[in-house]
Design a protein around this ligand. Structure first.
Ligand SMILES: [Zn+2]
Length: 499
């Protein structure tokens, strides 16, 4: 998921990258060996059931653990990204399988990789299924990690490293499911396309937006599977599977206070720092009005059935004319995610002012990271904030890096039904909920190109493991990784294999 915010770039370990690439094809085989040796095949959460036309995925999942480890070792901290190295590594794996990959340059040094399994000589792009994952990762604060963030350390049944979940885990799992489909040598009813993208975390010059503009014909599809959903594990059991069908829209806004600059020994009432601070306090206490998108409404309806009685009762009352307002307060106070699913949110994230301790600055600035519900506009929200702040010294400036609102993916599509069927079967009838993610993904751009895109991070993970995404000691349980590979392969078998 994208941070949509500058992150401190980590060091690029060129020696390591060169060693990885110089190892070439040999490394692909060797790297997977120690993993298999160190980690006894653990019991996967969920109960594998019916045989699938793709067959048993446990061997390829172990192989893919090695790919994941290698991908973690290729430091793609964005900025600067340097996805080229990861792209070449992936292309090497595909080539070995007899699948011809294509490296698509987005900007110099930053590329995507695409590969295709054909269903027919002339396939219908509107039926094609795209598996997408990004190669770049957010930065790390190395001092807070207990292991090398780019060392792909395996211990206690986990693989540690930046990107282990977001999104190199999904990248390696997509690759495994795609290759498993090729190895199974089955007849496809639609083309299946593998795509590894660059610059997802910053959404800049090498992002999917530019990739689509330059190379759309290489991966045009009617359906896509991407990150953005979750399989929530609690007490060893899958609680639910959330399939992302929509996402909030990130917009950054600068709050700018102006005042008279001067000698700090003679304070004035129009001090920009004071006016900015006062405005931020008011904005911090503001809650935007609640409204429910179709996806959020369905999410709460289905979640009410599995949450405990007390909160479930309030979730069922969100729309009630008498206690709806109170229910909205209870539910939004109970969980920041639920709060963010029912309203536009504003998080002040950066402050800057001043050049010397004894100089009153003429200007002070803050950045608000705003997440709009799809359909809301930032101008309407800013009109409310202007009234609230009520200070002629303050103005708002929308930053140019705003995301675009996309229509939600359909909850009636054959693909959504296929994902639901497979997930229910694999996770002992755990409920499958549609999800509107509060974070941004590449799927918004795909949806704007008429792709029915769904987010399914396929690994069963606990809340505790989810919190490590973009945080310290990011890690993936290897049993969950294996289960994710199996789930993706079964989704492919269900939706793309001809019967
Ligand atoms: Zn991500």
């Amino acid at each position: 998921m994208a941070a949509r915010q500058s992150e401190e770039g980590g060091f690029v370990n060129w020696n390591r990258i060169i060693r990885v690439l110089a190892g070439g094809a040999a490394l692909v085989g060797v790297a997977s060996m120690p993993v298999a040796a160190q980690v006894a095949p653990p019991a996967a959460p969920g109960i594998p059931s019916n045989p699938s036309p793709i067959g048993d995925t446990s061997a390829i999942a172990r192989e893919a653990q090695g790919w994941l480890a290698d991908l973690v070792r290729i430091n793609t901290t964005n900025p600067p990204g340097n996805e080229q190295m990861a792209a070449m590594y992936i292309a090497g794996i595909l080539n070995k399988e007899g699948i011809k990959p294509e490296i698509l340059e987005v900007t110099p040094g930053r590329s995507a990789v695409v590969a295709r399994l054909r269903s027919a000589a002339m396939a219908d792009p509107s039926k094609a299924l795209l598996l997408v994952a990004h190669m770049d990762v957010v930065g790390v604060d190395k001092s807070k990690w207990t292991v090398d963030p780019f060392g792909a350390v395996m211990k206690d049944g986990y693989l540690y490293g930046r990107g282990a979940i977001d999104d190199k885990g999904m990248l390696a799992a997509n690759l495994a499911a795609f290759i498993a489909l090729k190895r199974a040598n089955v007849r496809l009813n639609r083309d299946v396309i593998f795509l590894a993208t660059a610059d997802e975390e910053q959404g800049g010059d090498a992002s999917i937006k530019i990739l689509i503009a330059k190379h759309w014909d290489k991966f045009a599809a009617g359906f896509a599977l991407n990150e953005g959903g979750e399989v929530l594990l609690k007490n060893g059991k899958v609680q639910y599977v959330a399939v992302q069908a929509s996402e909030k829209v990130p917009v950054n806004v600068a709050v700018i206070a102006r005042g008279t600059s001067g000698h700090a020994s003679r304070p004035t009432k129009d001090n920009a720092v004071v006016h900015l601070a006062s405005a931020i306090v008011k904005i911090g206490g503001y809650s935007a009005p609640v409204h429910f998108t179709t996806i959020a409404r369905r999410y709460f309806e289905q979640l009410a059935a599995i949450e405990d009685d007390e909160i479930g009762k309030w979730m069922r009352s969100l729309d009630a004319s008498d206690r709806g307002e109170h229910a909205q307060k209870v539910v939004s106070d109970a969980n920041p995610l639920w709060n963010s699913m029912m309203r536009d949110t504003i998080a002040p994230t950066m402050l800057s002012a001043g050049v010397r301790a004894n100089v009153i600055p003429g200007e002070a600035r803050a950045i608000l990271n705003i997440r709009l519900l799809p359909g809301d506009t930032v101008n309407m929200l800013l009109a409310d904030l202007t009234k609230l702040v009520n200070d002629p010294q303050i103005r708002f400036e929308i930053q140019p890096d705003a995301g675009l609102a996309a229509p939600p993916s359909s909850l009636e599509s054959d693909f959504y039904a296929a994902i639901t069927r497979v997930a229910e079967r694999e996770f002992s009838n755990a409920p499958v909920l549609p999800f509107q993610s509060t974070g941004a993904t590449d799927s918004a751009q795909l949806r704007l190109h008429n792709v029915q895109a769904y987010g399914l991070l396929p690994f069963p993970l606990t809340e505790e493991d989810f919190r490590r995404m973009h945080g310290d000691d990011e890690r993936i349980p290897l049993a969950s990784f294996n289960k994710g590979v199996d789930l993706l392969a079964r989704v492919l078998a269900e939706f793309a294999v001809a019967r």
